[in-house]
Write a protein of this length. Structure first.
Length: 199
């Protein structure tokens, strides 16, 4: 029986592609920090009963899945583009660059990518865009978990470095608390200045 969560991967294989990865990013919306992306090649069989869209998984379960995905995946990679480059090239281009970087860190190198969302400009291998892909593709879902956990861990490190902004509570997103801290302290070195025009 074909695993339905691998149906899009199987379609790509049937079109003649040998190595298919899924790719997703995390952290496009925050006012601070890098944007993260991950790419994952999933095996035909895996044991990840809670694998789904990272936004539907509790933080504790995401942490468990993070390790399980790394153990069970054929290959995985995580990449990021920092806030300085986001300000230089804009967030859409930064998201695409992070995903392309992750794809090219995989070994074996994929010849086809399933990309979450409806944008693919800058993805340098044959690909298919999949809206809500993290609910439709096991490899995109796995990538969404890796990207989300990696970024959350990074923001916890930034919280220790810049404690006054309370990044551990909002992960850099534009919450009421975050805006209060910004008004009180001004931006720190990891803030995306192009995101703060309305401050």
């Amino acid at each position: 029986m074909v695993n339905e969560f691998l149906a899009l991967e199987h379609e790509a294989h049937q079109q003649g592609y040998a190595v298919v990865c899924g790719c997703d990013e995390a952290g496009a919306g925050p006012l601070a920090g890098a944007v993260y992306a991950a790419a994952v090649i999933m095996p035909e069989e895996y044991d990840l009963p809670y694998l789904t869209d990272s936004k539907k998984v509790t933080p504790k379960r995401r942490e468990v899945l993070f390790d399980q995905i790394k153990e069970q995946a054929v290959a995985w990679a995580i990449a990021s583009v920092d806030e300085k480059e986001i300000d230089e090239i804009n967030i859409l281009n930064a998201r695409m660059k992070a995903m392309d970087l992750a794809i090219h860190q995989l070994s074996p190198v994929p010849d086809f990518a399933l990309i979450d969302g409806n944008r693919n400009k800058g993805i340098s291998i044959p690909n298919r865009m999949v809206v809500k892909g993290d609910s439709l593709s096991a490899s995109i879902s796995a990538a969404s978990i890796l990207a989300k956990v990696a970024r959350d861990r990074y923001m916890l490190d930034m919280a220790a470095k810049y404690p006054e902004y309370k990044f551990e509570q909002h992960k850099g997103y534009g919450t009421k608390l975050h805006y209060e801290m910004l008004r009180k302290y001004g931006p720190c070195p990891i803030h995306r200045l192009t995101f703060l025009k309305n401050l």
